[in-house]
Design a protein around this ligand. Structure first.
Ligand code: URA
Length: 488
């Protein structure tokens, strides 16, 4: 039986040399007992001399990388496990990529543990100044208690990062001292009595600022920043208070007015949304995503997408065709002449705009330029179909008791039928969304209608339709003659 004791400084090199020598002598893993620094000195005598012949030893690169991490783990079996795997790899070189192999998996998890510990060390070591701040090389010390033996493999990181100062990282296991550019590893130390640091306040302020109460998950936070490190981290004093006040702060953030995300965020979100069958986000997020919509080409000429407006729990949803010139500039639906006519008719019917959800079948303005003027163009069926994705999202979000479709485009988008409007107006049809749709005229048609008597009659019809809509949503009786579809 061979007993191999490895030093705690220079462990990786010592293990590698010993493993190679053992392998060269064909000593099977079952004949080796690996020990650490606390192994009795007489057992060193059993370490193999240089291997007689190493020419046929196979050590895959991936094994070397694995071993270079795993040797720093605190698992007492780590050296034996590594050697056993190295032994097996000689006859089965593919083993390193065999994810189903239990030993490889175990060693990978030890490797992960070491990497995690190194990461924690880089993130949570906090230096305190112990020398004269005016000295040419300032001097710092930190106390740290790593889970694994990670001082040595992580020391180079600190050398690079703090190369212009002297520092020491003291741990119970091994300590790193860096003086005048030279790194020295020594035995572990007792926890020193380090002075408070002038930078502690800064750490606390920084931490308070990066802490996002809306994203707080206490378990995840404690897994990322385990409590055992808190005592050496100045910013940790703020954690209990930040956790306690997080719900109230998150509520206040949610209630505060939303800020617009950058344009690229909107288009990225819209791109993502192209691939899902229906909208699943919030009303607020939908506005931002709509802004980046490129589902059809209309976004190219328009100033912006115009989302619906009004309460998202409105009983009545009014759907128009598409934003006009003024709506395109304002970013709100029905703010131009058609909108004014709508407001008049709605007021006559006892409806107020504030209680309605007003939107369009198509969200971008379609026009042809004539000189400085932008002349409205009707959207094509394919543009209507593409934009129905957004309209459906709005309908789902608002879930109105009734939809009023103003004009042919809205009627097509909400019912699927492209039949002429004049025979359909004033009637209630089945909507594609499963609810009811009242068909009426578009206010722009009324504005253009000639002669005056035709326009006046159209306005009366329009008002009557809106009044019918008001009665339906308020549950007032609706006579069969007013709407056969509803009575049937
Ligand atoms: N016409 C519409 O159909 N919608 C508007 O938003 C404006 C005019």
């Amino acid at each position: 039986m061979r007993h191999i004791a490895l030093p705690k400084i220079g462990t990786a090199v010592a293990w590698r040399d010993a493993a190679r020598a053992l392998l060269g002598e064909r000593v099977p893993p079952s004949d080796v007992i690996w020990g650490g620094d606390d192994t009795p000195p007489e057992l060193f005598a059993n370490a193999p001399a240089a291997p007689p012949d190493r020419s046929d030893i196979t050590v895959p690169r991936s094994f070397v990388a694995l071993a270079n991490s795993v040797v720093w783990h605190s698992d007492p079996q780590r050296f034996a496990r590594l050697y056993a795997l190295l032994w097996r790899v000689q006859s089965a070189p593919w083993l390193m990529s065999d994810r189903g192999d239990a030993e490889v998996a175990k060693l990978r998890s030890l490797e992960k543990g070491v990497h995690r510990c190194q990461h924690k060390m880089k993130a949570f070591v906090r230096f305190r100044e112990i020398g004269d701040p005016a000295a040419p090389r300032r001097s710092f010390a930190a106390w740290f208690e790593p889970t694994h033996h990670t001082v040595e493999p992580t020391a180079q990181f600190f050398c690079r990062r703090f190369g212009d100062m002297d520092w020491r990282i003291l741990t119970p296991d091994v300590s790193a001292h860096f003086e005048k550019g030279v790194l020295r590893l020594e035995d572990g130390a007792d926890a020193p009595d380090l002075p408070d640091d002038a930078h502690e306040e800064l750490w606390v302020t920084y931490f308070r600022n990066i802490f996002n109460p809306a994203r707080l998950k206490v378990a995840a936070m404690q897994s990322e920043m385990p409590k055992k490190y808190w005592k050496n981290m100045p910013e940790a004093v703020a954690i209990p208070e930040l956790i306690a006040t997080a719900p109230a702060r998150a509520r206040a953030m949610a209630e505060a007015a939303p800020t617009l995300p950058p344009a690229h965020a909107a288009s990225a979100q819209a791109m993502q949304m192209r691939n899902v069958s229906e909208w699943t986000g919030s009303a607020c997020a939908m506005r931002d995503a709509l802004e980046g919509c490129t589902r059809c080409d209309l976004h190219k000429g328009a100033t912006q997408a115009v989302p619906g407006s009004g309460p998202v729990d409105a009983d009545l949803m009014i759907v128009g065709e598409q934003p006009g010139d003024q709506e395109d500039l304002a970013g709100r639906p029905f703010v131009g002449p058609a909108g004014q006519l709508f407001d008049q008719a709605a007021a006559h019917a006892g409806l107020t705009r504030e209680a309605l959800y007003l939107t369009n079948a198509v969200k971008h303005f379609k026009f042809t330029a004539r000189g400085k003027r932008r002349i409205h163009q009707r959207p094509t069926r394919s543009e209507i179909d593409r934009c129905a994705w957004w309209l459906n999202a709005e309908i789902k979000q608002v879930a109105p008791k009734l939809i009023v479709a103003m004009g042919a485009t809205a009627a097509l988008a909400t019912t699927g039928s492209g039949q002429a409007i004049m025979n359909r107006r004033g009637k209630i049809e089945d909507g594609l969304h499963g609810g009811k749709v009242l068909i009426t005229l578009h206010p722009a048609y009324i504005l253009r209608a000639q002669p005056a008597e035709v326009a006046q009659q159209a306005m009366r019809d329009f008002q009557a339709d809106l009044a019918l809509a008001r009665r339906i949503i308020s549950g007032d009786a609706v006579s069969p003659s007013e709407s056969p579809a509803i009575s049937g």
